[in-house]
Design a protein around this ligand. Structure first.
Ligand code: NAD
Ligand code: ZN
Length: 352
């Protein structure tokens, strides 16, 4: 079969591979709609998880089941399914401890385009199909549903990590697709003043649609000063980090956070060795300013619950799809858009 792959650090291209085998609990799926992710860019061009050779990329897909193993109960060939980016081993001790995304080792629930071939192939393998796939609900647009693989669950996870409560003042740093979904998630969770930091006009407009009460542009001055001005010098209760680098954003987040506040970071730190935390604004280590960070949870239940938010119209991630391609042959073009980030891009989707 054909697949669009990372050939080595900084190199991508089409390769031929043997089709994967289907174990008794597993499924083979062919992609119907896929989307490249900023994480694919960290992986290929920053070598963030180390070198990989001839590894098929991609972890965001809606697909059709082609084959299931003998022990799979709830899925059959022909079913249309949402495929989460994170597909844990549910029997692992880490999953039993509540951290399924780290099943088998740190980040090891993230299998596609990390430990095995991803979803940009003619076929891909899904482990533990009953626990990791979700049926695509009737009436949910397939392209919008691709955002359930990663963008919705990750943005929402930032909100969970920050533990946003009714009436909280919240700041979301970075409003690419993940940050936009963090804005939507914080609004659903009952944020009061919901500040988003960004500058691209289409992201700014969409952040407002998703519930931001104000969008702050870092070009208008230090965003910490802007937040402190608006909060009478007190800062916000919660910060979600969904963009930026390890050098700047943690400093900004700590500085704009109230004592007792929480930072939820879902950023993939692709380079550098250390994260910077400002000592004094962190209360010399005693400020009760919590930094929670993590990989999104995957699995079927999570997918079904988030799909219900689409089916009921509570959130429409389809609005983020600025570029639609028809045909697998556009895979490289779509991926390079994520790398080059032209001004009008939020998220591309490739329909196959
Ligand atoms: P993106 O690049 O489209 O968006 C990030 C935004 O942050 C951009 O608009 C950028 O201009 C902005 N930004 C950069 N520096 C900033 C700063 N100092 N202040 C404010 N804004 C700043 O990326 P995305 O697709 O939305 O993904 C966001 C991050 O989430 C990426 O690092 C991605 O790899 C990561 N990610 C993590 C998970 C997870 O499970 N934790 C899953 C998917 C993606
Ligand atoms: Zn991703």
């Amino acid at each position: 079969m054909k697949g669009f792959a990372m050939l080595g650090i900084g190199k991508v291209g089409w390769i031929e591979k043997e089709a994967p085998a289907c174990g008794p609990l597993d499924a083979l799926v062919k992609p119907l709609a896929v989307s490249p992710c900023t994480s694919d860019i960290h992986t290929v061009w920053e070598g963030a998880i180390g070198d990989r050779h001839d590894m098929i990329l991609g972890h965001e897909a809606v697909g059709e089941v082609v084959e299931v193993g003998a022990l799979v109960k709830d899925f059959k060939p022909g079913d249309k399914v949402i495929v989460p980016a994170i597909t844990p081993d549910w029997g692992s001790l880490e999953a039993q401890a509540g951290y399924s995304m780290h099943s088998g080792g740190m980040l090891a629930g993230w299998k596609f385009s990390n430990f095995k071939d991803g979803v940009f192939g003619e076929l891909f393998h899904v482990n533990e199909a009953d626990a990791n796939l979700a049926h695509l609900p009737e009436g949910v647009d397939m392209a919008a549903a691709v955002m359930l693989s990663d963008m919705v669950p990750t943005g929402f996870h930032g909100v969970e990590l920050a533990d946003v409560q009714f009436g909280d003042d919240v700041c979301v740093i970075g409003i690419g697709p993940v940050g936009l979904m963090a804005v939507a998630g914080a609004a659903l969770r009952g944020a009061a003043n919901l500040y988003a930091v960004g500058s691209r006009p289409n992201c700014v407009a969409l952040a407002k649609e998703y519930g931001a009460t104000e969008v702050l542009n870092y070009r208008d001055g230090d965003i910490v000063e802007q937040i402190l001005e608006r909060t009478h010098g007190k800062g916000v209760d919660r910060v979600v980090i969904a963009g930026g680098n390890a050098e700047d954003t943690f400093v900004q987040a700590i500085r704009m956070l109230k004592p007792g506040g929480r930072i939820g970071s879902v950023n993939y730190l692709g380079s550098g060795d250390y994260v910077r935390i400002p000592r004094v604004e962190w209360g010399c280590g005693m400020g009760h300013k919590v930094i929670a960070s993590g990989l999104m949870p995957g699995g079927r239940l999570r997918m079904e619950k988030l799909a219900a938010l689409l089916a009921t119209g509570r959130v429409d991630p389809g609005k983020m799809l600025t570029h639609r391609f028809q045909g697998f042959e556009h895979m490289e073009e779509a991926l390079l858009l994520m790398k080059d980030k032209p001004k009008d891009l939020i998220k591309p989707v490739v329909l196959i």
